[in-house]
Design a protein around this ligand. Sequence first.
Ligand code: A3P
Length: 337
Amino acid sequence: METPLILPTDKQVELDEGYQKTHKNFDELLPTLPTRKGWWMHQLFQYQGFWLSAFGIRGIMLVHDHFKPRPTDIIVATSPKCGTTWLKALVFSIINRDSYDFSDHPLSKASHQDLMILLELHIHGSGSTSLVDGLASPRVISTHIPYSLFPERMTEGSSPCRFVYLCRDPKDVLVSKWHFSNKVRPEELPPLTLDEAFESFCQGVSHEGPFWDHVLGYWKASLESPEKVLFFKYEDVKKQPWGCVRKVAEFLGVPFSEEEENKGVVGEIVKLCSFEKMSSLDVNKRDTRNRERPVSNSDFFRKGEVRDWVNHLSPQMAEKLDQITEQKLQGTGLSFH
Ligand code: A3P
């Protein structure tokens, strides 16, 4: 199984009526939506219960109207700052483990931003879905789209897509998002204070927020359709990376053979995707920012630790966030203790 490494070129094509209609609907809808200040963009818009960027909403509308799921599609889903980069690397190396040598692996050389598309961003491509349609199967696609915002043909029982989801203790998500925002905020905006970030996060106003609603959408789907949605917590993957790698492989229908186990392939994947390895790579240390891609590879690596929140949040802040989390997750069977 091989996933294309180089994304197809973004060709400008004449848009047919269907696409034109989606873009027109978006243009008419956007000015009617409630807005709040963004963290790393000027504005967030509230769309179907979630706070999203304008490009995210356009992307979701394109997915809704035009995305054609395939039985082999694998969707790597997260709320931002829950470890997307890590999960993408793990799934990429599990799926492509027969295609590459671990000592000379694309993950050690290529930008992780090039190894897997972000659905709601790349579906814009030429304004149509041609870029995403042009990817060879099996398509491994990452996304921050909330589960309830996918079209039913992707989430209903008989749909062919499979989702692997990673979430994280909201206290660490808040701290990670705050740091990230201040790295990538437009220069004309003043730095975001931790107090501002905290208040917004608690009110649910952050990219793809409310955070808890994002998590619960995937959590409930994983309970209802475990064959469709595989759910992980960052903290558990940190504790048991080998177990997680095996679970993902089984879920995707490519379990490790005895021979692979004996050869230590699981350990190779864990090592290749570890924070220590990935963050020390030249390609992830360099500032790769440019006009087309304003976020550098290095912006996705900071500490990669569990409970770094203790170094930033006051006990009162932590208590308030824990209370919100407890209340939101009550009765769902999910917790971050
Ligand atoms: P911190 O800011 O807490 O260090 P995302 O990939 O969703 O943008 O999330 C970024 C967070 O995941 C950052 O957390 C980053 O350091 C951490 N991260 C990136 N790569 C990782 C890896 N290979 N293993 C563990 N954590 C990783």
